[in-house]
Design a protein. Structure first.
Length: 497
């Protein structure tokens, strides 16, 4: 039998409070163990995840720091700011290694996401700058030669150098953000105050595509790990949109998959790192989901709040979303969804400027005008959502089924299945005398079946993790052939939409 629905106790937010002015950006290292935050107090700070313990300070900018980025191997950090500088740091020591000066305020910087042969991609990053006096707004692809990583004084030869520059009037307006897009991570993507997202060839600077993404300025774009999906959001239209880049970025190739109209101006969006196009298509054609897939946030500017008051009590809270059926993103169950929001509930008290998931998507990371970064655990809500998931409730295994030794047999052994629903220990009552524990699985995960134990249960392990063996409900999974047929049917349904 299912557990009786209980209110899931939520963890308190972990609040990081060392910044003295608004926090502008947050980014994780590739391992998901260290968080970097930067702000208008001229500092970049490093923190441990998920504990939120302060680690070290990167101090060297002479103005607000607008963005930072961690190299694919996690060893180096780039930061950029209002002093027109892009600074290169060694992560372990917080030692400044090199610097590059841009023609105007440096608004955003991002390392190339892939490490190529001989570390080639490690040495490049893309940055954008505002117009300044007679200097036009520009995008620059920066190369970092080997001497940079040994440490250089200002003016020393061998420092960072631009290998590609794209300027106004080729740019319709100054870029507010730049990033690498597409499966190969070699396309430069730029977001603009004109509402456009533009795609450039990182080798030639050729314009590959132009997307009218938002009505009014594009506040932010975000990508999952494989970069074949892109989210965009805006303050003026208060819309978040999810785009498919898998077919390419030329005119007509980028497709709008889902969108949602928010109740507040949006500054920030983040996508679950593991989100895939297949998951989105499955959700759009009716296959239920339980994970949080998108985070959005923003709120009225501080000046507007002071003059007219906040529009809603929780307008500075992150909004979690999931993939819905059809073309709509829908609200995801929040940790206290069975209680109305209360004013002064301990969240941010200024607009959110940046959002991120933790690597395992169990923590929402939000940075705000109030100078705080909040780490909010999503897993209690995920557990509650699993308990409420309709039509897929597994029956409790018997003590005999959960107590027998897991030995290979001809009954199910050697079969591979793919999970069609998430399953976790919190979804069923488990026999106290059980020798075998439930196997936590996520939708789309491949499972090696070792034995069918009867009663709708089988033993096995997630492919690639043979050391963790447990029981899972067979109604939550399909054989590989069945799963492929289902995916094909869903794709055909989507093409008819």
């Amino acid at each position: 039998a299912l557990k009786k629905k209980e209110k899931v106790k939520s963890k308190e937010d972990v609040v990081l409070q060392k910044h003295s002015r608004p926090v502008t950006h947050v980014i994780m290292d590739p391992a998901g163990k260290t968080l970097f935050t930067c702000g208008k107090d001229k500092l970049v700070l490093a923190w441990s995840l998920p504990e939120g313990e302060y680690l070290r300070t990167f101090e060297g900018h002479r103005g607000a720091v607008w963005s930072c980025s961690v190299s694919p191997d996690g060893q180096y950090l780039l930061s950029c700011g209002a002093d027109n500088m892009v600074l290169l740091w060694e992560v372990a020591s917080a030692r400044q290694l090199a610097e590059a000066q841009l023609p105007g305020v440096a608004r955003y910087v991002e390392w190339a996401p892939r490490v190529g042969p001989h570390g080639g991609a490690l040495r490049r990053a893309v940055a954008c700058s505002n117009s300044f006096k007679d200097r036009p707004a520009a995008i620059a692809l920066l190369d970092f030669p080997a001497p940079c990583f040994k440490g250089l004084a200002a003016g020393d030869p061998g420092g960072p150098r631009p290998v590609l520059t794209i300027e106004e009037p080729v740019l319709p307006s100054g870029a507010t953000q730049v990033a690498f897009a597409g499966a190969e991570g070699i396309i430069i993507c730029s977001a603009h105050t004109s509402g456009e997202v533009m795609f450039w060839h990182s080798g030639t600077g050729q314009l590959l595509g132009l997307l009218e993404a938002q009505e009014g300025p594009v506040s932010m774009v975000a990508f999952p790990r494989d970069r074949t999906l892109m989210a965009s959001c805006g303050r003026n239209d208060m819309l978040v949109k999810l785009w498919d880049l898998s077919a390419g970025v030329a005119p007509g190739q980028v497709k709008l998959l889902q969108s949602q109209l928010s109740d507040r101006p949006l500054n920030a969006v983040a996508l679950r790192p593991s989100l895939s196009r297949g998951e989105v298509l499955s959700a759009m054609t009716g296959c239920p989901r339980s994970s949080c897939d998108v985070l959005i946030g923003g709120g009225q500017d501080a000046r507007d709040v002071a003059l007219v008051g906040a529009g809603t009590d929780d307008q500075f809270e992150p909004l979690p979303l999931r993939m819905g059926e059809g073309a709509a993103l829908v609200g995801w169950l929040t940790r206290d969804s069975d209680e109305p929001a209360k004013k002064g509930g301990g969240g941010h008290f200024g607009p959110i400027h940046c959002l991120s998931f933790s690597l395992d998507a169990e923590i929402c990371i939000s940075a705000s005008e109030d100078g705080n970064v909040r780490l909010r655990h999503l897993w209690p809500a995920a557990q509650q959502q699993q308990q409420q998931q309709p039509g897929v409730a597994p029956q409790q295994p018997s003590a005999a089924q959960a107590g027998q030794a897991l030995r290979p047999s001809s009954n199910g052994a050697g079969t591979r299945m793919i999970a069609k629903h998430d399953f976790g220990p919190g979804m069923v009552q488990w026999p106290a005398e059980a020798q075998v524990q439930p196997l936590a699985i996520r939708r789309g995960q491949e499972i090696e079946v070792s034995q069918d134990v009867g009663g709708g249960w089988a033993s096995g392990w997630a492919v690639g993790i043979p050391s963790v063996v447990g029981l899972f409900p067979t109604s939550f999974a399909l054989t590989v052939n069945e799963y492929q047929q289902l995916q094909q049917q869903q794709l055909q349904q989507l093409q008819r939409l």
